[in-house]
Ligand binder design. Structure first.
Ligand SMILES: Nc1ncnc2c1ncn2[C@@H]1O[C@H](COP(=O)(O)OP(=O)(O)O)[C@@H](O)[C@H]1O
Ligand SMILES: [Mg+2]
Length: 256
């Protein structure tokens, strides 16, 4: 049977540089999968191909049995696949809650005539989930880097994704903030209701450079190096894999 989400032989070239090199993997509906790899290994490029921001040079992306390879971003979001960005760029002068509401402007959420009534409620629930609901009316420019990362997560979950892709959600966060975000990811995945959102938690693909927190929440890890998958398995398996240790040589192996 086809998997919930599948990437098959995906390649993305920038001129002579092959940033993503014949990558294949799949994710099941109930999984949290980690995607790791040294800087420049192609993680963000892979995510951008999935999200319809870059068009892949070759290969196929399938979500819930549909070929979404050539779909535009809005259509991918509408199908229930949402990503957050490594570099966070909010509408700084707009209220925090408006930043979340804008992300909900797609037919999947809005259905006819419901937008005005429902979107503010969903946006508030999402902000509550990430713990910044009390600041919803302040402009986004007032948020610290850590809180901007939370806003990014709120924007994504307000669209009620079935697959959530997070690009370096711990980037620039201190250990306490990292732990908080990691725990909320796990809670979100387990599902249950908060406000009107999520009766069923999303599958997740979490891209990270920092591994220690990630390893605690993922079921499985895929390792990229120079655009190729060099290992995959449980966190325990991959950190012992010689190819992974080699890829991180010269850097601190961030798990130890
Ligand atoms: N828009 C782009 N144009 C040209 N090269 C790019 C572009 N985006 C990324 N690259 C290159 O692709 C490679 C992979 O980058 P990236 O996907 O950002 O890696 P990671 O997210 O794993 O750090 C790097 O060599 C990077 O310089
Ligand atoms: Mg990156």
């Amino acid at each position: 049977m086809a998997s919930f989400f599948e990437v098959e032989n995906l390649t993305k070239r920038f001129g002579g540089l092959t940033a993503v090199d014949n990558v294949s993997f799949s994710i099941e509906r109930d999984e949290i999968v980690g995607l790791i790899g040294p800087n420049g290994s192609g993680k963000t490029t892979l995510v951008r191909c999935i999200m319809g921001i870059f068009s892949p040079t070759s290969g196929t992306i399938r979500f819930k049995g549909q070929d979404i390879t050539k779909w535009r971003s809005w259509k991918v979001v509408q199908a229930g696949l949402v990503g957050t960005f490594q570099v966070v760029k909010p509408f700084r002068r707009l209220p925090i809650i408006a930043n979340v509401m804008i992300g909900c402007l797609c037919p999947r959420i809005t259905r006819r005539g419901e937008w005005v009534k429902i979107t503010p409620v969903k946006a508030r629930d999402a902000l509550e989930f990430v713990g910044i609901a009390d600041r919803g009316l302040e402009p986004a420019s007032t948020l610290s880097h850590g809180d901007l990362k939370r806003l990014e997560v709120a924007k994504a979950i307000a669209t009620e994704p079935e697959l959530l892709i997070l690009d370096e959600p711990f980037g620039g966060l201190n250990p306490a903030e990292t732990e908080l975000v990691a725990k909320s990811m796990k809670r979100l995945h387990k599902g249950g209701r908060f406000g009107r959102l999520h009766s069923e938690g999303p599958a997740m693909l979490i891209i990270e450079h920092k591994l220690s927190e990630l390893m605690k929440i993922v079921d499985r890890v895929i390792v990229l190096n120079y655009g190729k998958i060099i290992a995959s398995g449980t966190p325990e398996e991959v950190v012992k894999n010689p190819a992974v240790i080699e890829a991180y040589t010269g850097r601190e192996v961030p798990v130890a």
